[in-house]
Structure formats: structure tokens, C-alpha cells
Design a binder for this molecule. Structure first.
Ligand code: NAD
Length: 253
């Protein structure tokens, strides 16, 4: 049985990743800082007779990550895929942004991606190889004002993706990035965080495909990149945004 480790798997895109990988026959190990939400995903996967485990872990902390990956490999007998999905944003005018916010965003998004990848790579190399998928963002390529920390973390993930693809190639580990555009996750949250999303016509129409994205749009791409079907793809960034970033928009008068 193939084994997938998913960071931030308790809610949002990560939850969809956990469910889809489990549906496709992977044993799924998720880590998250939200315990209640994490255990709820595990119960949902077990209800459909899937194999799953959860560990409360912060991807920015070395001890947490080492423990999570070690326990995953012990429980399921190896590791074949890692999706670095956990991510946070803190926005605010760059002249005022507390440096602690900058450090935390870079710490979770960029340091966390590197940390999980290198611990997972040691495990995958023992097992003949594997695949890493990093969730970046279209904000690695374009910005709204006041989003420097998030944009820098995601741009860093794209650079890290090609760097790791080259370093880990000899160990038969492929590394790719997926850059989501606007993905609606309000209805993929746990408990009181969940709400029913409403999108305006304008929201839909700024996407050439005519709708806002769904977590499954990202999960499908990650499943493909993790699979042998993508055996000749490494170091790439796949933008999944319904065409939003290729659509030219002129400011209204
Ligand atoms: N939703 C979007 O429109 C969108 C667009 C582009 C990129 N992304 C990226 O996709 C990923 C998932 O985003 P989402 O919208 O599903 O977010 P979300 O907030 O719905 O879910 C993120 C999950 O990560 C967990 N998490 C946060 N910090 C963590 C940490 N330090 N260690 C472990 N887990 C942690 C949270 O508890 C949560 O369960 C992020 O990397 C985000 O930057 C999202």
C-alpha cells in the first residue's frame, strides 16, 4: 500500500487532499496544529474503510516533523508521497508588519516545506524513491498590496522546488509545485470556522472557466503528480487557477 503524508491536512485543501488520497488507496498520515479538526478527518477516512493517522505537529518545528515522519513510516511501513500543504498568511502594510509575523509566515510556509521535505526524503530514499508536491500559490507570481511575507514565502517555495528536484533526482524523488489560484475553502473548515460560500457573478467571471476553484481541483493535480503517470515530470510548477492569471483586466474608469 502506498503511503502519503499531508501537512495541514485537517481543513481546507489539505482535508480534500487527505480524503482523495485515501479514496485512491493510499494510507494517509496527516499533521496539523488543529487537533480536533485533524481527528475528525481521520474518523471520516476510517468510516470509508481507509487507513489514516493524525499527529498534532507544527511544520516549523524540527522535533515535531521528525516525530511525525518517523511514526508514519513505522505505522505504515514506508513513505511514498509528501504534500507540503500547510500554509498561513499575515498581511498588513510592509512598513508596519511586525517582524514576528514575517518570521512566522516564512517559518511555516517556507522553512516548514524544506523541513518536511528533507525528513521525508531520507525516508523515501530508503524505500527506492517517491514524490514531493509543494503547494505554492499564484501569489508567487503576482500580488495584491500588503502581502509581502506570503508572496515571498510562496516565491521561495518555487525556487526550493527546482532546487530539491535537482538534488533529490538521483534518489528517484521527484519534486513539483502546484500553485492554486482562488480556491474556496470556507465549507472545508471544522466546526465554527465553517460557513457556506457565496460567490457573485463577478467572482465567477474573473475566471475564464466561469467558476471559483474547489479543493478537489488541487487534490486531483497532486494525485497525478504523486503518481507514476507523472514519472517524467520534476521541478515544475503547475498553476491551477481557472485561468485567472492569464486573463488581462483593465482598471475600471
Ligand atoms: N485557498 C486558496 O485560495 C489558496 C490559494 C493559493 C494557495 N493556497 C495554499 O494552499 C494551502 C492550504 O490553504 P487552505 O486555503 O486550505 O488553508 P486553510 O487555512 O483552510 O487550511 C490550512 C491548514 O493548515 C493548518 N496549519 C496552519 N499552520 C500549520 C502549521 N504550522 N503546522 C501544521 N499545520 C498547520 C491549519 O490548521 C489548517 O488546518 C496553503 O499553503 C495556502 O497558502 C490556498
Amino acid at each position: 500500500m502506498k503511503v502519503a503524508a499531508i501537512t495541514g491536512g485537517a481543513q481546507g485543501i489539505g482535508r480534500a487532499l487527505a480524503m482523495r488520497f485515501a479514496e485512491q488507496g493510499y494510507a494517509v498520515s496527516i499533521c496539523d496544529v488543529d487537533k480536533d479538526a485533524g481527528f475528525e478527518v481521520i474518523r471520516a477516512i476510517r468510516r470509508m474503510n481507509g487507513k489514516a493517522m493524525f499527529l498534532a505537529a507544527d511544520v516549523a518545528k524540527e522535533d515535531d516533523v521528525e516525530r511525525w515522519i518517523r511514526l508514519t513510516a513505522e505505522e505504515f511501513g514506508g513513505l511514498h508521497a509528501l504534500v507540503n500543504n500547510a500554509g498561513i498568511g499575515r498581511s498588513g502594510p510592509m512598513t508596519e508588519l511586525p517582524m514576528a509575523d514575517w518570521d512566522r509566515v516564512i517559518g511555516v510556509n517556507l522553512r516548514g516545506t524544506f523541513l518536511c521535505s528533507r525528513v521525508a526524503a531520507r525516508e523515501m530514499a530508503r524505500d527506492g524513491g517517491g514524490a514531493i508536491v509543494n503547494i505554492a500559490s499564484t501569489r508567487a507570481l503576482m500580488s495584491e498590496p500588503d502581502t509581502e511575507a506570503y508572496a515571498a514565502s510562496k516565491g521561495g517555495i518555487l525556487a526550493l522546488t527546482h532546487a530539491m528536484a535537482v538534488s533529490l533526482g538521483p534518489q528517484r524523488i521527484r519534486v513539483n509545485a502546484v500553485s492554486p489560484g482562488w480556491i474556496e475553502v470556507r465549507d472545508w473548515q471544522y466546526g465554527e470556522r465553517a460557513s457556506i460560500p457565496i460567490h457573485s457573478e463577478r467572482d465567477r467571471l474573473q475566471h475564464p472557466v466561469g467558476r471559483v476553484g474547489r479543493p478537489d481541483d488541487i487534490a486531483e493535480a497532486c494525485l497525478y503528480l504523486a503518481s507514476e503517470k507523472a514519472g517524467f515530470i520534476t521541478g515544475q510548477n503547475l498553476v491551477i487557477d481557472g485561468g485567472m492569471t492569464v486573463k488581462m483586466i483593465y482598471a475600471e474608469e
